[in-house]
Design a protein around this ligand. Structure first.
Ligand SMILES: Nc1ncnc2c1ncn2[C@@H]1O[C@H](COP(=O)(O)OP(=O)(O)OP(=O)(O)O)[C@@H](O)[C@H]1O
Ligand SMILES: [Mg+2]
Length: 285
C-alpha cells in the first residue's frame, strides 16, 4: 500500500530576529519530517527546544527563515487547508462572557456549518470532552483543565483531518489526562493525523505511534515508540503464581547455559493506573 503523507517538512528552519531584523534566536534548524495519514506523532523536547515554533510554522502562523512545509499536500498556511485542520494552542483565548455552547457556535459559524448540523455537532463535542455539566457556564469561570477541554472541542468543530495539539494534557488532572489520551487514540482510530507536542514523556509514550525528539531546535532522535524503547538484548518472561521449585529449576537451567539473570521481580502498576483505580473505587462507594 502506498504511504500517504499528511505533514512534511524539508530543512525547515526558523531564526527569530529582533526589531532591526538581526538574528536573535535560532529556534528550529533544518527539520526534516514526514508524518503519515492516520499517524499519532509526538514532538518531544525540553522547554524552548522549538516544538511550538514547529507547529506555528506548519499552521502558517509564522514564516520559515528557510526550508519548506506542507500540510495535506498544500504549502503550510494555505487557506484551503484551514478547513481541514484543527489546532489546540498552548493557551486558548475565548470570549470570557460566552458559555461553552455559545463559544462553539461562534466557531461553527466561522466554518459555515449549517445551523442544525452545528447544534448536533456542539452537543456531541461537549459530551466528548466531558463538559456537559458546565456547558452553560461562562468560560471566564472555567478552571484550567476545563478551558483545555473546551479548547479541544473548538479544535474539533470542523471535523478536521489533521489536528495539531500543543501540550494537550497541560493543566489536566490524572483523570482528565487519561480521557484526553483516550480521545487522541480515538482520533487516530478514526483515521485522523495528530501531531502533538509535549514534555510529559508518559503521555507521549501512551498515545504516539512515532516520536521525534528536538534539542535546541535540532532533531536528535526519530522513530516508532516501540522500536526506540525496546531493549532488544533482554528477554522477560511473565509467569502466574510459579512455585519455588519451578523458579529454582528455571534459574538452574539459565545458570547451566551461562545466561545471566538481570532481574527477577514482580511487575508493578504505573502510578496512573493506581490513581485511576483508587478514584474509581471511591466513586463506586
Ligand atoms: N516570538 C518569539 N521571538 C523571539 N524568540 C522566540 C519567539 N518565540 C519563541 N522564541 C524562542 O524560540 C525558542 C523555541 O521556542 P518554542 O516556543 O518553539 O519552544 P517549545 O519547545 O515550544 O518550548 P515549551 O516547552 O516551553 O513550550 C526559544 O528559545 C524561545 O525563546
Ligand atoms: Mg511550546
Amino acid at each position: 500500500m502506498e504511504r500517504e503523507i499528511s505533514i512534511k517538512t524539508e530543512s525547515l528552519t526558523k531564526v527569530y530576529t529582533d526589531f532591526w531584523g538581526r538574528p536573535r534566536v535560532r529556534a528550529l534548524h533544518n527539520l526534516d519530517l514526514e508524518i503519515e495519514k492516520g499517524e499519532i506523532f509526538g514532538l518531544l523536547g525540553p522547554n524552548g527546544s522549538g516544538k511550538t515554533t514547529t507547529l506555528k510554522l506548519l499552521l502558517g502562523l509564522l514564516f520559515p527563515t528557510s526550508g519548506r512545509a506542507w500540510v495535506l499536500g498544500e504549502p503550510a498556511g494555505n487557506v484551503r487547508t484551514y478547513q481541514r485542520t484543527g489546532f489546540l494552542p498552548e493557551e486558548s483565548y475565548f470570549y470570557r462572557f460566552l458559555n461553552a455552547e455559545e463559544s462553539l457556535d461562534f466557531y461553527g459559524q466561522l466554518f459555515e456549518i449549517p445551523g442544525k448540523e452545528r447544534k448536533k455537532k456542539i452537543e456531541e463535542l461537549i459530551e466528548l470532552v466531558g463538559l456537559r455539566e458546565a456547558g452553560k457556564r461562562r468560560i471566564g469561570e472555567y478552571s484550567k483543565g476545563m478551558a483545555r477541554r473546551i479548547g479541544l472541542a473548538q479544535a474539533l468543530i470542523n471535523d478536521p483531518e489533521v489536528i495539531f495539539l500543543d501540550e494537550p494534557t497541560s493543566g489536566l488532572d490524572p483523570i482528565g489526562c487519561r480521557e484526553m489520551k483516550d480521545l487522541i487514540l480515538e482520533l487516530g482510530r478514526r483515521g485522523k493525523t495528530v501531531l502533538l507536542c509535549s514534555h510529559l514523556l508518559a503521555d507521549v509514550e501512551d498515545v504516539c505511534d512515532k516520536i521525534a525528539i528536538l534539542h535546541r531546535g535540532s532533531l536528535t532522535r526519530i522513530g516508532a515508540v516501540k522500536d526506540l524503547l525496546t531493549i532488544k538484548h533482554i528477554v522477560q518472561i511473565a509467569m502466574k503464581d510459579p512455585s519455588e521449585k519451578t523458579l529454582e529449576e528455571i534459574k538452574a537451567i539459565l545458570k547451566r547455559e551461562g545466561t545471566e539473570i538481570t532481574g527477577l521481580t514482580h511487575p508493578t502498576e504505573t502510578l496512573e493506573e493506581l490513581f485511576l483505580e483508587t478514584i474509581k473505587e471511591r466513586e463506586a462507594c
